[in-house]
Design a protein around this ligand. Sequence first.
Ligand SMILES: *[C@@H]1O[C@H](CO)[C@@H](O)[C@H](O)[C@H]1NC(C)=O
Ligand SMILES: *[C@@H]1O[C@H](CO)[C@@H](O)[C@H](O)[C@H]1NC(C)=O
Length: 338
Amino acid sequence: MNPRTRHVLLLWMLVCSGGTTEAIEPISTSIAVGMAAALTGFLASYQNIFYYFHECCRPEWISFNRTGLEADLESKLFGQHIASRIILKAVTGFMSNENPKKPLVLSLHGWTGTGKNFVSQMIADNVYKEGMDSSFVHIFTSELHFPHLSHFDTYKSQLQQWIKGNVSNCARSMFIFDEMDKMHPGLIDSIKPYLDYYDRLDGVSYRKAIFIFLSNAGAEGITQTALDFWIAGRAREELELKDLETVLSLSVFNNKQSGLWHTNLIEKNLVDFFVPFLPLEDRHVIQCVMAEMKAKGLQPEQKVAAQVARDVVYFPKSERVFSVKGCKTIASKLDYYT
Ligand SMILES: *[C@@H]1O[C@H](CO)[C@@H](O)[C@H](O)[C@H]1NC(C)=O
Ligand SMILES: *[C@@H]1O[C@H](CO)[C@@H](O)[C@H](O)[C@H]1NC(C)=O
């Protein structure tokens, strides 16, 4: 370690740890006190600059922007009036509670391309200054992080250590589990204690953490309900959560693979909100294209957007109502059209 690195690390320990002594435990206390005294003047003058440049578990870096989340949901997420409403309410309620009784656990359901990942990103963007790049946001994908069934025991203890380690570092940590339905049920079992109403587990409180589960489980039921509405000539916006709750829990329970974990989480009421994502129609695909053009610094053109949307594949085959991939491949398609 070169002197400068050591210097910065020491600063980080003293400044970022926000008054806890845990971070300086490895150094003997007397030395630490000596160093701290020597650095006091230095720290006093550089503290603000330091906070400014290095991400810390502090309000300078972590604070919820409700206006920002609302604006993002309104202007960048299309065709998801139910999800949008639940997310805003859930996150606002949780983040404005100084003393939550349990961590926030959201389970997002729907086909790919309907906005589940996107919404997770919006939440991260409006809680952490660094958004998804924040060192307090953690993403786990079963295929990437837990690919081999035979290593299950290793994964399990690793995952538990990661969650514990990261929440010890920063109570306001966020964990996103992608492809939850592909995850080993035992692995999900192993994180259950962290989602529960415990005050502390081994001296660590998980109550300020956010857990987001993403899965396709229940997508068929959601789609069927949306299709029934469409066939009956009813407006999609009339769809309410209660229209979907039953199909969602039914299909989730009946799906053998995902059933296991869900049953368990549902029975213990560990999931605070099940959030359905509806399949997208061509008008939503058009909105996605327009937004993408704007994001790329192009002049949004209705004609181009309509063209892109026309070439997307829709289902069911006869009615062609919903985009098979939602808005997922829009960005790359757009390159081809412009
Ligand atoms: C919150 O978000 C809004 C809209 O994106 C933005 O204008 C505002 O500057 C943000 N506030 C803070 C404190 O970052
Ligand atoms: C935090 O989680 C990441 C995985 O996202 C892991 O690599 C890291 O070791 C964890 N940190 C601690 C202190 O456990």
